[in-house]
Design a protein around this ligand. Sequence first.
Ligand SMILES: Cc1cc2nc3c(=O)[nH]c(=O)nc-3n(C[C@H](O)[C@H](O)[C@H](O)COP(=O)(O)OP(=O)(O)OC[C@H]3O[C@@H](n4cnc5c(N)ncnc54)[C@H](O)[C@@H]3O)c2cc1C
Length: 372
Amino acid sequence: MKKSVIIIGGGLAGLALSIDLGKRGYDVTVIEKGNYPRHKVCGEYISIESQNYLFSICPVLMEIKLPLITHFKLTSTGNKEFHSRLDLGGFGISRYLLENLLFEEARMKGVHFHLNSKAIGIQENPIDNTYTVLLKNEKINAALVCNASGRKSNFEVADTTRKMSETNLIAVKYHVRLERDPSLIEIHSFPGGYCGISSIEDNKACLCYIVKASKLKDVQNSIPILEKEILFKNKRLKKIFNSSTFVYTEPLTISGINFNIKHPFSENTFCIGDSAGSIAPITGNGMSMGLRSAFVLASAIDTYFSDTISMVELKSEYTSFWNKEFATRVRLSRHFQKLSESPRLTNITIGIFNVFPFLAQGIMKRTHGQPF
Ligand SMILES: Cc1cc2nc3c(=O)[nH]c(=O)nc-3n(C[C@H](O)[C@H](O)[C@H](O)COP(=O)(O)OP(=O)(O)OC[C@H]3O[C@@H](n4cnc5c(N)ncnc54)[C@H](O)[C@@H]3O)c2cc1C
């Protein structure tokens, strides 16, 4: 019992933490309300900062040919474009493939899985300092519980007083095939949102956009009309959509997206990934934040289980790390999200970046971390 950990949520962050702790010999259980493999709405661009860590927890990834992304292009409804080399760069891989590989690796490391199981509560047991996680028909005990249940879950503990304005956003994702430069990530702004396109495995590209929900409501909730009437106001998007072959015709969609400030430790659990706070995807780095929080927490838990630090020190170490590394990034990204919803402001930004390109480089540095 002493060295057991329950992880609620087997997304990217939860799976990474489970493998890392499994490799260190701990008894790890992941509770995941879904199953694998599965598609997820995401831009599927991973900053290079997490490549070493991903290779270390999932060596099979080294054998897969993935597109390296080194350049960035920003456009809006006008004619101007901004092109730049990415500071660190990244690579593209679908969530479908990545999470399935991590799941297989975790199973090989002896991690136990409760799939299609939703965690509905956590109880503290003060007598033996353990925790019980409640499922629908079962209870599981462990010495520690980690919350990796993502951006929007029944364990969400957002500080509602610090919410971003109440803009409700939705996101839509396709996988497409089209002739394009695989080393380029493109962001194309349109009224009320922006669309990203970048390459992934198997010569495919991920086409993913995020838009104010009110824009969809304005067109009677029709995604095809939304694309034709709103997205195509940016002529590059019209061209991309019209020259793409769609791998699956029905898009994957999610709604109710927010970028709330949350907490790295709450309700007696350590929060990693989006459950601790989600960064607006315009800065393209949520997955690396999830992986980095798993990396740091696994090492801190190892120190705690080795009786080198107390629980109070474990909490303080992890909370200080999260606040120092991520709190400013999350706040900054919310301003860029707002800006990207306005083509006029994006056009002005493109004009400024073309005159002062170092400003764009500075923003990339502030919203990304260093390799770990
Ligand atoms: C539109 C969009 C595009 C994005 N594009 C990028 C990008 O290109 N690059 C990037 O780095 N980041 C991107 N992000 C951010 C990135 O998707 C997230 O940061 C990342 O998915 C966080 O991983 P996670 O494991 O914390 O959460 P998730 O991937 O959301 O995983 C949480 C898991 O918990 C499970 N779960 C939830 N509640 C329970 C429960 N009660 N019991 C059991 N299981 C539960 C869910 O089923 C899920 O599998 C994007 C985000 C959005 C919204």
